[in-house]
Ligand binder design. Structure first.
Ligand SMILES: *[C@@H]1O[C@H](CO)[C@@H](O)[C@H](O)[C@H]1NC(C)=O
Ligand SMILES: *[C@@H]1O[C@H](CO)[C@@H](O)[C@H](O)[C@H]1NC(C)=O
Ligand SMILES: *[C@@H]1O[C@H](CO)[C@@H](O)[C@H](O)[C@H]1NC(C)=O
Ligand SMILES: *[C@@H]1O[C@H](CO)[C@@H](O)[C@H](O)[C@H]1NC(C)=O
Ligand SMILES: *[C@@H]1O[C@H](CO)[C@@H](O)[C@H](O)[C@H]1NC(C)=O
Ligand SMILES: *[C@@H]1O[C@H](CO)[C@@H](O)[C@H](O)[C@H]1NC(C)=O
Length: 392
């Protein structure tokens, strides 16, 4: 384009930018149609909010802005099939998508930084591509109730709280993050979900439900509690490098779990709870456990248990089995006599039909907290640092 035409085009562009500049400072830019998703602002000072309208349909491309200082919110726009942007690099606030029934793909190839991701009830969502080769930072994430089947490729160094729940197709999730600084919550995804954290060394807390396998080969320290509950496809669990939990370690109601192994675990800062894992016949996976600052609760169908170097229990000792464990109980009776079990309640009982139920040091609090974490829209913190953030 040369001559007058180009001048006209430049003039038109100038007008476009000039008129949009006023908009760029608005608290909210409202988008009611796919055409309105082209926004002539390099920086949007406020938020971009889409109408819950059927006029928003097909492939919606957010084009123009590089930085959105506020949020991008799209709710109930049920006719959108695909959402993409090749210009947006930073979303300062929330990237919230909810109730977009037909949305099948999300593609944001320039994105480097997002305050918070909250994607809920996206039943058609099959593919997500996010990020650049640079540093992608995300502070908070929750992905719930989508159709995603694979979260491999989500690479990051550190997360705050990361909640992945009710993604019924999700079967594979591998992430290279090294630190979970608040909490990992995994629940009610595909029952065969294999969750793998090959680089994770430190976690504030883990609450994992309904997975087939959980791999944490380098995990050395859990600052708060680690809870594995109702992982009904899980046959075995090993934490080969875990030395300590700041609070509880618990395994409850895992139907087919038959082997628990913590070869380097020396100290539970809270309680050790192993309850109602009915296929677990021998509890011998704690060869180095010396100290339990809370209670020991082990209730189940096991015939043998052993904590060979245990030397200091601050809370109760409550061990009960449906089977005869009188031989295994003997050394602990001695420990109790030696004053090394400080809790006033000591029980080590055999042939108890109801061994899997009840129990002292019952974990009602823990349960409530766990379920609360899943069912309420709690604030989730994620700091997602590192290379390419790509969900596929
Ligand atoms: C979206 O739909 C849900 C359920 O129908 C409704 O509760 C909510 O108010 C709607 N939100 C908007 C922004 O339309
Ligand atoms: C992980 O993050 C927590 C909280 O910021 C910090 O205390 C801890 O040292 C970190 N661990 C590693 C291995 O970086
Ligand atoms: C680690 O645990 C200690 C003691 O409970 C607590 O004070 C601290 O805030 C925790 N840190 C993190 C990052 O969870
Ligand atoms: C196990 O954890 C320790 C820290 O406790 C770390 O120094 C070591 O490298 C880890 N081992 C492996 C194989 O990663
Ligand atoms: C339990 O798992 C550990 C670690 O994988 C393994 O060394 C051990 O042989 C297993 N025990 C049984 C009884 O399968
Ligand atoms: C565990 O013991 C209870 C009570 O005797 C019994 O009903 C249950 O079938 C046992 N579970 C297994 C897997 O053997």
């Amino acid at each position: 384009m040369t001559g007058p035409k180009a001048l006209l085009a430049i003039a038109a562009l100038g007008v476009g930018i000039a008129s949009a500049q006023a908009n760029c400072k608005k608290a909210t830019i409202t988008v009611a149609s796919a055409a309105e998703a082209t926004i002539a602002c390099k920086t949007v000072e406020g938020s971009i909010v889409f109408d819950a309208s059927d006029d928003l349909s097909g492939n919606v491309i957010i084009s123009g802005p590089e930085t959105v200082k506020g949020d991008i919110i799209i709710k109930n726009a049920t006719q959108i099939n695909a959402l993409s942007s090749s210009t947006i690099a930073k979303i300062g606030g929330k990237f919230e998508l909810q109730g977009l029934e037909r949305l099948s793909s999300i593609d944001f190839t320039a994105l480097q930084e997002v305050g918070e991701i909250e994607w809920i009830t996206l039943p058609g969502l099959e593919s997500v591509r996010f990020g650049t080769k640079g540093v992608t930072t995300i502070e908070k994430v929750r992905i719930s109730d989508t159709f995603l089947s694979d979260l491999t490729g989500l690479s990051m160094a550190s997360v705050g709280t990361f909640q992945i729940d009710n993604n019924r197709n999700l079967q594979i999730w591998e992430t290279l993050l090294t630190n979970i600084t608040e909490k990992l919550i995994v629940a009610d995804n595909h029952e065969e979900l294999a969750a793998s954290f090959p680089a994770l060394t430190w976690a504030a807390g883990l609450d994992v439900r309904g997975v087939k396998s959980l791999s944490v080969p380098l995990l050395a320290y859990v600052n708060n509690s680690m809870q594995l509950t109702e992982n009904n496809g899980m046959e075995s669990f090993i934490a080969p490098n875990l030395t300590e939990t700041g609070k509880d370690l618990s395994f409850r109601n895992n139907d087919i779990l038959s082997n628990i192994s913590f070869p380097l675990y020396t100290e539970a800062g809270g309680s050790l709870v192993i309850q109602n894992n009915q296929m677990l016949t021998n509890i011998d996976g704690f060869p180095e456990l010396e100290k339990v600052s809370g209670a020991i609760t082990m209730r189940g169908n096991f015939t043998e248990f052993d904590l060979p170097v245990l030397d200091d229990v601050r809370g109760a000792f409550d061990v009960s089995s449906t089977e005869d464990i009188s031989k295994s109980c003997e050394p602990f009776e001695e420990l109790q006599d030696d004053g090394k079990i400080q809790g006033s309640d000591f029980e080590c009982s055999s042939d108890n039909e109801n061994a899997n139920e009840g129990g002292k040091g019952s974990d009602d609090d823990e349960d409530a907290a766990g379920l609360l974490g899943i069912n309420t829209p709690i604030v989730l913190g994620i700091a997602l640092l590192g290379g390419l953030f790509q969900l596929l």
